[in-house]
Design a protein around this ligand. Sequence first.
Ligand SMILES: Nc1ncnc2c1ncn2[C@@H]1O[C@H](COP(=O)(O)OP(=O)(O)OP(=O)(O)O)[C@@H](O)[C@H]1O
Ligand SMILES: [Mg+2]
Length: 339
Amino acid sequence: MLKARHLVKEFGTIKAVMGVSLDLEKGDVLGLLGPNGAGKSTTMKMITGYLEADSGEVEINGINIEEDPIGAKRNLGYLPETAPLYDEMRVIDFLNFIAEVRGLKGHQKRKHVNRAIEMCFLNQVTRQSIYTLSKGYRHRTCFAQAILHDPAMLILDEPTDGLDPNQKHEMRNMIKEMGREKAIIVSTHILEEVDAVCSRVALMNYGQVIFNGTPEDLRAVSPDHKALFVQLTAQNPHEILLSLKENFPKAKFLVDELESNYIRVKVHHHKKELNFNDRFFSLCKDKQWRIDNLETKEGRLDEVFRTLTMPNSRTDWPTASLIWNKRNDPTVTGDLGKL
Ligand SMILES: Nc1ncnc2c1ncn2[C@@H]1O[C@H](COP(=O)(O)OP(=O)(O)OP(=O)(O)O)[C@@H](O)[C@H]1O
Ligand SMILES: [Mg+2]
């Protein structure tokens, strides 16, 4: 559905987007993440043809957006960051107008407008002038225009921004539902949204995509991913670490906390340490260490986000550029399995 290649956009001295490439298939819901000013909206504007790229190419459903902008945009619905609405118009008139602009007439026009009103729960405000709408309803009206012609691809710039929790929930369900048969890009600052609706994630920082993969892949970047945290009580907890290292030479143990009667250790057990769990438990039994707490962590998206976009904050993490080089660029080929 989408092939974006090496998109570049500069505003004077500001390098807003520096060589972004993205691919999207039908059924993909891609979450575009990144700190303020990372270049998400600018990328979306170039993909939708709203802004001309300095260089790079965009193909929507096989149609080059520069060569055939109208043909490409027929396949596209766009919810921009700030809703471009005609304030004096009533909601129903605005949607009818948009339908006509998009070439819908008669029965088709009524069908599409009614569908959009229903999907965006706009029934009770259709006769209201747009300037009298609350923020949430303005947002929904703008969303209705994006889906009006039932496009195969949707670009949604912070679609849940400013919505109340119920509307957020509705919007996420709607995106998820539509994601089954469309290709969707959603930019967001809400990381729980990534889990709720996205099948893929691209993380941008300083105009570049520094990570591209599934939400699980992103979580796996965390050094806490699949790590085992264990708290053991013993007469001499200082000896525990030594003993663990001796018995499991391939595993990594990091002391989280060490007190006079207990130790909390983070364990990354290596797959070559066969039967790690069984051996670990019997060692605890033999040595008479009491297991007070045992938990496996998956790694948190917000922590990964912070660390990748502020790479100096932790030195034990792979650098953003490493991940970018290995994983992100769909034009880069080679052995990705080693990462
Ligand atoms: N029309 C413009 N003129 C000058 N600079 C611009 C323009 N549009 C965007 N920029 C700059 O480009 C950079 C990227 O902006 P962009 O709006 O794409 O970021 P974003 O990732 O969407 O951020 P946010 O999370 O705040 O929405 C910023 O430094 C911004 O100031
Ligand atoms: Mg933005």
